[in-house]
Design a protein. Structure first.
Length: 480
């Protein structure tokens, strides 16, 4: 096989990992000046199988969430397919658990982030199907991202193909029996992860092998017998894990809602100073980053003839240009003629989007003593970061308030009057209170008769990137 160190426009720097489904490389995007992770698959010989694999890749690329590793591009050649993904420095959960017995606060953080990722995937009718520790990445921000939907499938097409590719530690009873999968199969795997993180062993693996009788017929060893003596696990959390590990999918939670509710309630009982424990515990396990890596050799056909199968994200114009490039010259000329004719017609423009109207009060900042925060932190900065997180959760938003209000997007034809906005559907109060070296970022949400509250813990000497992640993450949790 001919080899090269290019995948389309991406330069390969080094091998990250080699697995049964494909190899993952560290790459560099010279156009956007960023590092990327590139997973390379060999395409199957059958045409139908190739189309199915490409369809799955495009389906997974449609997931947009900070809890899921983003796919930037899909490169196809005659023999190979490459997924170009967000590169996440740090370590995976498998590497972390090999060295650390996590605290309860860390287990809850990891579990909540995974549950949030599964909720987003469910909206796209996607089942992960291989929710093992190696597919969960711990980022330098101290948060978790789900990756490698390598055998992901639409729930409308969830027959048990490629079941053998799933890891033994992530296998549900119905997956082992070749039955259709849905979200509850991924929740079973989440239960296995929670059991392992708290108990130190996998519930259905004995001697490095899957115990199929235990998986299909028996209950695992009671978690209370495995938990370290100094670790107090609330009974509500134990009950949740037992429910997630039920043999029959009908007996498990039907969605992530109850899972996240329980994890959130248990988290509230933990002292505030312990809630940001994941980063501290995981940092010694992070992979060393080197600028002196030697590019390895990868299939040459991806560099010579690989072409993107995804439109560039970010704007309608970029998507239009991508689709136009796929047309032949006669079709392009026809499109151009239509545009010229349309340009001469009278045009009345009204930008009218479906937006969620939110009022954000002026942030409350209380700083006790002589505290030195990152220079970017201000009332406006807090509002802008909250707005970005809200856009990821809600889509289009229109913000009113004394700081960071959305500018009007209406272009009026002559004779148009004012276009009054509806009453805000929600109201947010933002507060940042700092004393000594410790800061508490708090959000209060009013929507209808309901009030929700979420807070995050920060330290004054954290880099601004960690401040940004915690502010956005706290906002996202408020809307889960």
């Amino acid at each position: 096989m001919a080899v090269d160190n290019q995948v389309g426009p991406y330069r390969i720097l080094r091998l990250i990992n080699r697995g049964g489904q494909g190899s993952v490389y560290l790459g560099y995007d010279k156009r956007l000046h960023r590092r990327v992770a590139i997973k390379i698959y060999r395409l199957p010989a059958q045409r139908a199988a190739r189309k199915r694999l490409l369809r799955e890749a495009q389906l997974v690329a449609s997931i947009q969430s900070p809890k899921v590793v983003q796919i930037h591009d899909v490169i196809e050649s005659s023999e190979h397919l490459a997924l170009v993904m967000e590169y996440v420095p740090g370590c995976d959960l498998e590497e972390f658990l090999a060295s650390v017995r996590p605290s309860l606060a860390t287990v809850l953080t990891i579990g909540a982030d995974i549950a949030g990722a599964l909720a987003v995937a469910r909206q796209r009718r996607i089942v992960h199907g291989d929710l093992k520790a190696g597919n969960i990445l711990i980022a330098e921000s101290g948060r978790v991202k789900l990756t490698d939907f390598g055998i992901a499938r639409s729930t409308a097409d969830s027959q048990s193909r490629q079941i053998a590719a799933a890891s033994l530690s992530a296998l549900s009873p119905e997956q082992y029996l070749g039955k259709p999968l849905d979200l509850r199969s991924d929740l079973f795997a989440l239960g296995c992860l929670l059991y392992r993180m708290l108990g130190g062993e996998q519930p259905f693996v004995r001697g490095g092998q899957l115990d199929t009788r235990l998986l299909l017929e028996q209950s695992p060893r009671p978690l209370e017998e495995l938990v370290a003596s100094e670790l107090i696990v609330p009974g509500e959390l134990v009950d949740l894990i037992n429910d997630l590990l039920q043999k029959d999918p009908q007996d498990r939670p039907a969605s992530t809602q109850r899972v996240r509710q329980v994890l959130r309630r248990v988290s509230r009982e933990i002292p505030l100073a312990a809630t940001n424990s994941l980063l501290q515990e995981a940092r010694p396990c992070f992979r060393a980053e080197s600028a002196d890596d030697i590019p390895p050799q990868v299939p040459a056909d991806l560099g010579r003839e690989g072409r993107s199968r995804l439109a560039l994200s970010g704007s309608v114009g970029s998507t239009f240009r991508h689709r136009l490039s796929l047309l032949g010259w006669p079709a392009r000329c026809a499109v151009a003629l239509v545009l010229v004719v349309a340009a001469g017609a009278p045009l009345v423009i009204a930008v009218q989007g479906r937006e969620t109207f939110i009022h954000i009060d002026e942030p409350l900042l209380r700083l006790s003593g002589d505290i030195d925060l990152p220079r970017e932190v201000s009332s406006r900065w807090l509002v802008e970061e909250v707005k970005l997180a809200l856009s990821e959760q809600l889509g289009a938003i229109h913000v009113t308030g004394p700081v960071g209000a959305t500018r009007s997007k209406i272009l009026y034809a002559s004779g148009s009057g004012d276009n009054p906005h509806p009453e805000p559907e929600e109201r947010l109060q933002i507060a940042l209170r700092c004393t000594g070296g410790l800061c508490v970022f708090a959000l209060n949400r009013e929507h209808g008769a309901q009030h929700d509250y979420q807070q995050g813990l920060l330290f004054h000497d954290m880099p601004i990137s960690q401040w940004r992640d915690i502010v956005r993450g706290t906002t996202s949790r408020l809307y889960q």
